[in-house]
Design a protein around this ligand. Structure first.
Ligand code: 6YU
Length: 508
């Protein structure tokens, strides 16, 4: 193989999200000429999706750059394109390290009271310490319990017996810890922390830098990246039905040429290729792996796709005439006083779905956003919410806010909810390492086809996307790095010289 041959090779990228665009850009910059992106929907960006809500811009999908600092390629690109404000780009912001965890802020309880900082500080500290401990099992390779949830609950129980507080305070502390577990479900994109594998939990790595947002919207980065690609490179509204590989297909325009892979679209179009990079979300892959790839995926890959977790985290935007929160408040946490992590109760999802909301983030600054809150809800309750109308959700939110503030007249003006689970090309929000999984499951999913590459059976189907990144899964930077990784794999395939994307920002 040589580089010239590579430049002429036909490469199809399935999916025009961060990973697919990242792969296409790297290959284009390296001189590859025949690249095509096939995207099921009518837009680029995938789970990066910015929209308007009244007069303001909101994010339906990815919200923050997690760990905006030098090692984060999304941060680097955003800086290069001038998409961040000066505070986000400052050295101080980049140096702050909160280990990926947002701060706990205002705590409203279901009896309409605010909890005191004395109470909330010690409980927050306990939770963060236990969470830190749960990430250490990756080092020992031993798990006292299969899941993060079970470990946290056992530790909470041990601490609770030592508390010297009165019964009411103890109850409030346990209710607070329940809220923190719900927040963690949103963070991990899972229904319950009982589903997240303890041993693998520490495999997710955080980067320094205080999480920041895009003042003009995350999609501004997608637009900027797309400008680096030829306009006709994407075929939109064109869902791929099947990737046929390990065969010999004739090219439509050059019948003398044969290709080992052929992409078949739902509309009947067929696209022959030398290589295909599959970047569809894990949620989609879980539902369609049996028909999406022909011949079928090897069992090692199938088992890992089945084992890995992919859950739902949704947002509910609410606009108000006036704020009911303090001007410096960033997060409003909701504490249901009757809840405890120590009771093993099966929640009634349909009736009490709204109790799964851990709280609301306040969109800052008010000069840009007005008075808008973003509620966060994960898991089955979140998926149930997607079946409700905006009016039904708005009514429930009004009830909850009135109950927690004790103010019977607060009414949101406008509402917008995300629906990631019902999205047929995503089927959820992002991946997590589930009970029984390890980093080797991610490695298995990454493995290109054929598993054993030979001269007669060269590299054909490659896999990228957030769920394929060992330490940054569930993030936009994980997605981008995975796209670069597979582009590098192809570049190396033709040049045989390892190209490592260390100096990525200067190349793109
Ligand atoms: C981040 C954040 N963030 C909130 C919410 C969501 C996500 N993420 P894409 O899906 O983008 O592209 C694939 C394309 O394929 C797509 O366009 C499809 O239409 C297409 N496709 C599918 N089937 C097809 C077919 N058959 N034919 C053709 N095309 C097809 N990430 O960095 N910051 O704040 C958030 C958040 C509500 C839904 C997020 C965040 C995740 C990112 O959005 C996501 O990873 C990337 O955009 C994915 O890009 P991609 O290219 O891989 O797929 C300890 C521990 C815990 C671990 N978790 C901690 C991290 C917390 C994660 N983040 C928090 C969540 C928020 C708020």
């Amino acid at each position: 193989m040589d580089k010239l041959q590579g430049i002429d090779s036909h490469i199809v990228i399935i999916g025009c999200g961060m990973s697919g665009i990242g792969a296409a850009l790297k290959l284009t910059k390296e001189g590859f000429k025949n690249i095509k992106i096939i995207e099921a929907t009518g837009r680029s960006g995938g789970r990066i999706k910015t929209t308007t809500f009244g007069n303001v811009i909101v994010e339906i999908g990815a919200n923050w750059i997690h760990g905006p600092s030098k090692a984060n390629p999304v941060f680097q690109l955003a800086c290069e394109h001038g998409l961040l404000d000066s505070q986000a780009m400052s050295e101080e912001n980049q140096a702050l390290d909160v280990e990926g965890h947002p701060s706990f802020q205002s705590f409203y309880s279901s009896s309409g009271n605010k909890l005191t900082p004395e109470l909330t500080k010690s409980v927050s500290q306990l939770f963060l310490t236990l969470l830190g401990k749960s990430k250490e099992f990756i080092l020992t390779e031993k798990e006292p319990y299969p899941s993060v949830g079970e470990f946290l609950k056992k530790e909470i129980a041990k601490h609770a017996v030592e508390w010297k507080d009165d019964a009411e305070t103890k109850k409030l502390k346990l209710a607070l810890l329940t809220m923190m577990l719900k927040l963690e479900c949103c963070f991990s994109g899972t229904h319950s922390m009982d589903l997240v594998g303890l041993g693998a939990f520490g495999g997710y790595k955080t980067l320094p830098g205080l999480d920041c947002t895009f003042p003009g919207g995350y999609e501004g980065l997608i637009d900027a990246m797309m400008k680096g690609l030829p306009e006709s490179i994407v075929s939109y509204n064109n869902p791929v039905k099947c990737v046929h590989w390990n065969w010999s297909f004739r090219g439509a325009n050059s019948p003398e040429q044969t290709f080992p892979v052929m992409v078949e679209c739902e509309n009947g179009e067929t696209v022959p290729a030398n290589h295909v990079i599959v970047t569809v979300p894990l949620g989609y892959l879980k539902e369609h792996y049996e028909t999406l790839i022909n011949p079928s995926l090897p069992l090692s890959k199938v088992h890992s796709i089945q084992r890995m977790g992919f859950g739902t985290n949704n947002k509910i935007f609410l606009e108000f005439e006036e704020p009911f929160w303090e001007p410096d408040c960033e997060v409003i946490n909701l504490i249901w006083e009757d809840e405890t992590p120590l009771a093993d109760v099966k929640p009634d999802v349909n009736q009490f779905w709204m109790k799964k909301i851990f709280g609301f983030t306040v969109l800052h600054p008010p000069e840009r956003y007005g008075h808008v809150l973003c509620g966060w809800i994960a898991g089955h309750e979140s998926e149930y919410m997607e079946t409700l109308s905006d009016t039904e959700v708005k009514n429930s939110m009004t009830e909850v806010i009135r109950k927690f503030t004790g103010n019977p007249s607060i009414t949101p003006k406008r509402i917008l909810q995300s629906k990631w689970h019902s999205d047929p090309y995503t089927k959820g929000s992002y991946s997590y390492v589930a009970v029984g999984c390890s980093g080797s499951d991610i490695e298995n999913i990454v493995q290109p086809l054929p598993l054993q590459e030979t001269d007669t059976k060269p590299l054909q189907v490659l896999f990228a996307g957030e769920a394929t990144h060992q330490s940054f899964y569930s993030t936009t930077h994980g997605a981008l790095l995975s796209g670069w990784r597979e582009a590098d794999r192809l570049i190396t395939h033709y040049t045989q010289s390892p190209l490592i994307s260390q100096n990525f920002s200067s190349k793109l």
